[in-house]
Write a protein that binds this ligand. Structure first.
Ligand code: ATR
Length: 275
């Protein structure tokens, strides 16, 4: 049996094994998807171990997506734009680094909402924001406002991505742009840790009624609750997770991923963990 896995932090509670193992089982593909908890000092060895014939491929998650960029032999164009790898595909003896996060984001949005053609507001300038900013650019969003607690980090990110039509604003200054925004995206890690939201319900009420709120976490966060209370369409990150995974699966196997099977498996696991 071949193996695939997720290179990430040792305390990862990822839904990826459940999702991919359901897909392999559905298609009768004899592969086992595992968590590969990795300490920073072991990253190079773990990446190199993917060259083994018995490894189908790998995903990469927090905190290694950017580090792995330099450890693979080649990268795709979108990966170069994002500057981070979330999927490793062994090709012959070499490793190709790809990034399916922007695809997952765009596909999930297309599936779940009609995004009005106005500005986008991105909250957060960490690792999760990279793919989102590149995806918004691909979607021809007319203007992107980027707000981050640490403003300098937002400037650094914009520079490293080489993006245009993007304006860094202070978190305290979001009120001034909310009326222009067609989509507000919470790419901070706030929703994972506590019940705080970078924008509150009164602020959500300033958005036009057709605006979309998306949280990249897949939890019922204060951000999503605030958006819904203001009557907005609120989308969590589960669809993005599923579609980035489905794309990785397709890249490793060359076959059409059973997206609905993956979705059901992830939703069942979410319910199991909640109870
Ligand atoms: P990820 O890879 O998930 O994006 P990260 O790189 O650690 O994780 O980034 C976390 C993001 O959440 C950052 O934008 C961070 O803001 P700072 O750059 O100012 O640290 C944001 N974040 C985390 N905790 C926050 C908080 N309590 N309030 C506001 N923003 C927060």
């Amino acid at each position: 049996v071949k193996r695939a896995g997720l290179i990430g932090d040792p305390v990862d509670h990822s839904l990826s094994p459940v999702m991919h193992n359901a897909a392999f089982a559905e298609l009768g593909i004899d592969v086992r998807y595992e968590l590969w908890p990795t300490k920073p000092g072991d990253l190079t060895n773990v990446v190199n171990s993917i060259r083994d014939d018995q490894i189908l491929g790998a995903n990469v998650t927090v905190p290694y997506k950017q580090d792995v960029f330099d450890l693979v032999d080649a990268t795709t164009a979108i990966t170069d734009q994002i500057g981070a790898v979330n999927t490793i595909i062994p090709i012959g003896n070499g490793l190709l680094g790809d990034n399916t996060d922007a695809f997952g984001f765009m596909t999930s949005l297309r599936e779940e909402a009609d995004v009005p053609h106005r500005a986008a507001l991105v909250l957060g300038a960490g690792g999760a924001s990279r793919a989102v900013l590149v995806a918004l650019r691909e979607m021809n969003v007319p203007m992107i406002y980027l707000a981050n607690r640490t403003e300098q980090r937002a400037h650094d990110l914009v520079q490293s991505l080489g993006l245009k039509s993007i304006e860094v604003i202070a978190l305290s200054g979001v009120d001034e742009v909310l009326g222009d925004v067609g989509i507000a995206i919470n790419a901070t890690s706030l929703g994972w840790h506590d019940d705080a939201s970078p924008i509150n319900e009164q602020q959500f009420a300033r958005l036009q009624s057709d605006a979309i709120a998306m949280d990249l976490t897949y939890r019922e966060t204060a951000f999503l609750r605030g958006a819904r209370a203001a009557g907005l369409t609120a989308i969590d990150g589960l669809g993005m997770l599923i579609h980035q995974g489905a794309r990785s699966f397709a890249l490793w196997t060359g076959v059409e991923p059973p997206v609905e099977v993956m979705r059901s498996a992830v939703e069942a696991e979410q319910r199991r963990r909640a109870s």
